[in-house]
Design a protein around this ligand. Sequence first.
Ligand code: CA
Length: 109
Amino acid sequence: MALAASLKEADITAALAACAAADSFNHKEFFAKVGMSTKSADDIKKAFAVIDQDKSGFIEEDELKLFLQNFSASARALTDKETAAFLAVGDSDGDGKIGVDEFAAMIKA
Ligand SMILES: [Ca+2]
């Protein structure tokens, strides 16, 4: 995976293990554990481009739901509840999707 290449495998494993149970995903904890909180703005833009699978320039709800699978193909999908909560945190302009600036703000918050 393109995202995994810029992160430590052990960090990804630990971050995914911490949210293995349904409804246990916490974006702040995940971004910190996986090592994204300390990444440069440029690296965060690259990560955004991977998660934005259809290259629409936004992370939509369906892409957000499969967020964890960008880190490991065998990771679970987020539950509807987690996806909605994640979107609500990131979507500061209320357009129902997450832009690159909103994504960066969420990681650095
Ligand atoms: Ca998209």
